[in-house]
Design a protein around this ligand. Structure first.
Ligand code: HXC
Length: 263
């Protein structure tokens, strides 16, 4: 029986992480790598990816990167092929690429709305659909990073709310369709997380940060490590019977009925 507190749970596994060059997903990659997993970081900007890879290698981990936009199915296919040639079958996928800017519906063009839907929802579809043939079956785990936006209507965030609700439902359908192949599909739903691009965009000032923290029952933001610990658990055999779950890690924020203090 796996014991998450004692065992090196992910030794020798292979992970593919979109949005892996920064933020929550990079911290998950670092956590995986420290447990012996080979991590392939996917993102749009090569320089950012190279810095992230250097950091993981510097800490003794195994990492590589491939520049690809999750909106580009063919580019993702190349990245999956590269990962497979380098390390073999893929055990873990993390769909972490996301886009965001605060704007009211009347302040965004159709293309602005589409750009976030394409990154968040279509990007998650492309990653899961394109990655399936490379997954270890049975045994693989897919995790998507959603947001409380998926079930809380938040002003100035219509694009993200719609996109993340789609990610949650897509993940549940995949859990049903791919369960018989031994592929688990789960979602992590963070609330506000410190030192992330999302919170820099949504709470750019000290006042906005304080306002957002005050809406959280635990009265603080999460750390990226707290999200990475949850990802480690859900990706491991300690969670072998968990699939189709939306796991909320938000300090109780979504229970309070508040919308991050945005409006
Ligand atoms: C209105 C805007 C806008 C703004 C961009 N657009 N910013 N509209 N208000 N503030 C419009 C543009 O005018 C354009 O429409 C369309 O959006 C696409 O813009 P581009 O810059 O061409 O797109 P692109 O380069 O693909 O960039 C995508 C992006 C950008 C989503 C707009 O913000 C991005 O790359 N973000 C990635 C990083 C990121 O956001 N990370 C945070 C994720 S946090 P027109 O009509 O002019 O062509 C997250 C979790 C949130 O998701 C949860 C926190 C609790």
């Amino acid at each position: 029986m796996a014991n998450i507190f004692r065992d090196n749970l992910l030794t020798g596994k292979v992970a593919f992480l979109t949005g892996g060059g920064s933020g929550i997903t990079l911290r998950i990659a670092e956590r995986y790598a420290s447990h012996g997993t080979h991590v392939m970081l996917i993102g749009r900007r090569q320089e950012k990816l190279e810095a992230a890879v250097a950091g993981i290698r510097g800490a003794g981990g195994s990492a590589d990167s491939c520049a690809a936009d999750v909106r580009d199915y063919d580019a993702l296919q190349q990245a999956f092929k590269k990962t497979n040639e380098l390390w073999g079958q893929i055990d873990l996928i993390v769909c972490g690429a996301a886009g965001n800017f605060p704007a009211p519906v009347l302040g965004m063009s159709a293309n602005a709305f589409k750009s976030v839907i394409d990154i968040d929802l279509l990007g998650t579809f492309n990653t899961c659909r394109g990655g399936y043939e490379y997954l270890r079956k049975p045994g693989a785990s897919i995790l998507s990073i959603s947001a409380t936006h998926a079930f809380t209507p938040i002003p100035l965030q219509a694009h993200v709310c719609a996109g993340k609700a789609g990610v949650d439902m897509l993940s549940k359908v995949l859990a049903v369709e791919w369960g018989p192949s031994g592929v688990r599909v789960n979602v992590i739903t963070p609330g506000p997380v410190d030192d992330t691009e999302g919170m820099r965009r949504l709470a750019p000032t000290e006042e906005a940060r304080a306002n957002a923290s005050a809406k959280v029952p635990l009265r603080r933001f999460a750390s990226k490590d707290e999200i990475a610990d949850l990802a480690l658990f859900l990706s491991s055999d300690a969670a072998a019977y968990i699939t189709g779950s939306i796991v909320v890690c938000d300090g109780g924020q979504s229970l309070s009925g508040h919308s991050l203090g945005l409006a």
